[in-house]
Design a protein around this ligand. Sequence first.
Ligand SMILES: [Zn+2]
Length: 251
Amino acid sequence: MVVIFLTAILVIVTPLLHDTSARRLSPTIAASLPNPQPHPLPPSLEKWQDIPQAGDYFSMIKETPVGYLVWSEFPVKIYLEKPQNINEISASLERFQTWVKAVLETIEEWNIYLPLEVVNEPEIADITILRSRPPIQPTFNQETGKFDIPRARTAETRYEFYLKSTENGEKILSHKMTIFLSPDQSLDYTIATSRHELGHALGIWGHSPLETDALYFSQVRNPPKISARDINTLKVIYQQPTRLGWEIVDS
Ligand SMILES: [Zn+2]
């Protein structure tokens, strides 16, 4: 789904990674957006060297209507849901705490490659991680004239775009990510799913065809760690031009 408010030059896109329909910005809207340019490579990725020459799966990565989903301000701020009432000891609290621990573990894993920071205020977060199953969004099928109900998933990442105002009054085309992560998985699968979805949220908007990569498209019995190929792919993505993170100039 693409919603574009022309007056505010604001673009909101609620995409699904698995949705293959191509989207293009109309020429008038594209003209008011910043030109696609690459950002400087973050030092953590700059120094990354793929010693075994594992290759990458950059060809599987999709561009969004405003370019690659590259973060350019670090640390990237992450908010995750936390239990409200921690004094009340219960099985459900314990499950919640296990979920939080799993997510924090995977944030630490990615933090090696891109600086990340956990924040307590959801309003300032770039990435929000919710402890819930992804809402099911039926899509209208024009051929059959009926709504297609997608099968339930355990996790999903979505993006949206907005204009961030800086202290100097600049308007920066920016993005936010929301990760839905099921509360009903085992610890190992929660870790694997969180690792995978964080990869999407950090810019790997596509899937690896190899099951030894964290961004493999399907859940496997022995979930892989972040692989050299995952980071090679991330590094190529961060060298691509994007409209994100650049100033919009009112004409
Ligand atoms: Zn995925």
